[in-house]
Ligand binder design. Structure first.
Ligand code: KIV
Length: 259
């Protein structure tokens, strides 16, 4: 095994050393290779691929077959980074399904799995961990619940939500999660959750005080120009660069036409 290979334990230990965790989504071989070469230690084959790669309106249409296909592509890059894969909507409704589908993602090349929810899916989390599969939690705004919640809403605004999030986070830690994503939670509550856990939190749209940050890579690099979440500041504009390059190439062809 590669001696510098990053594992779930490596990610967990980063919190103890006060090292911030940079995490990004990867859906295919070249992106996984580029992010790995840039030193990103945590790659997520997120079900956001349903929206930014497959063109679905939300993540609820993503299937296990979609996830396996993209996990295989990322795994072929043999990254040093830890590869975590999302269990898609409907794939962990029962304990048996959760374990069987987590095993399928591991067989495809993932090294850890993530699902959305806290105490509501605790038996599934415990069973995945008992099966020896590293588990990443996901609390706050849960994209797989977009249809029942009627949109993407910030979480942690009320005392009831704050208490529920803290209880969910503690339950996931006790169940053996090695880290958890906190998505669009009010920054003070994300900070409080982070301070109350020994495992690291990885925030997205939840303020600066999580132990790490995760973004959908396409948002960071301007590769999905039709929508950018308000909390993301793109660092480059890949879409504009591609369109400019294609435009120049096309113009050069047109200019060469002999009349
Ligand atoms: O699917 C995904 O990309 C995610 C991140 C936004 C955390 O779950």
């Amino acid at each position: 095994m590669n001696p510098t290979k990053i594992t779930a334990d490596t990610i967990r230990a980063m919190k103890g050393r006060g090292e911030k965790i940079a995490a990004l989504t990867a859906y295919d071989y070249p992106l996984a290779k580029m992010l790995d070469e840039a030193g990103v230690p945590f790659l997520l084959v997120g079900d956001s691929l349903g929206m930014v790669v497959l063109g679905y309106p939300d993540t609820t249409l993503v299937t296990m077959a979609d996830m396996e296909h993209h996990v295989r592509a990322v795994a072929r890059a043999k990254p040093q980074a830890l590869v975590t894969a999302d269990l898609p909507f409907g794939s962990y409704d029962t304990v048996a399904d959760a374990v069987a589908n987590a095993r399928r993602l591991i067989a495809a090349g993932a090294e850890a799995v993530k699902a959305e929810g806290g105490r509501a899916i605790l038996p599934q989390v415990q069973a995945i961990v008992a099966a020896g599969i590293p588990y990443c939690g996901h609390l706050g705004m849960l994209p797989q619940h977009v249809r029942e919640e009627g949109g993407y809403h910030i979480k942690g605004r009320t005392e009831t939500e704050r208490e529920a999030l803290l209880a969910d986070a503690r339950a996931l830690e006790a169940a053996g999660a090695f880290t958890m994503v906190l998505e669009i939670i009010t920054p003070p509550v994300a900070k409080e959750i982070t301070a109350s856990l020994t495992i690291p939190t990885i925030g997205i749209g939840s303020g600066p005080d999580c132990d790490g940050q995760i973004l959908v890579t396409f948002d960071l690099i301007g590769f999905f120009p039709w929508f950018t979440p308000r909390f993301v500041k793109p660092r480059t504009n890949c879409a504009a660069a591609i369109q400019a390059a294609v435009g120049e190439w096309k113009a050069s062809l047109v200019a060469r036409v002999v009349k």
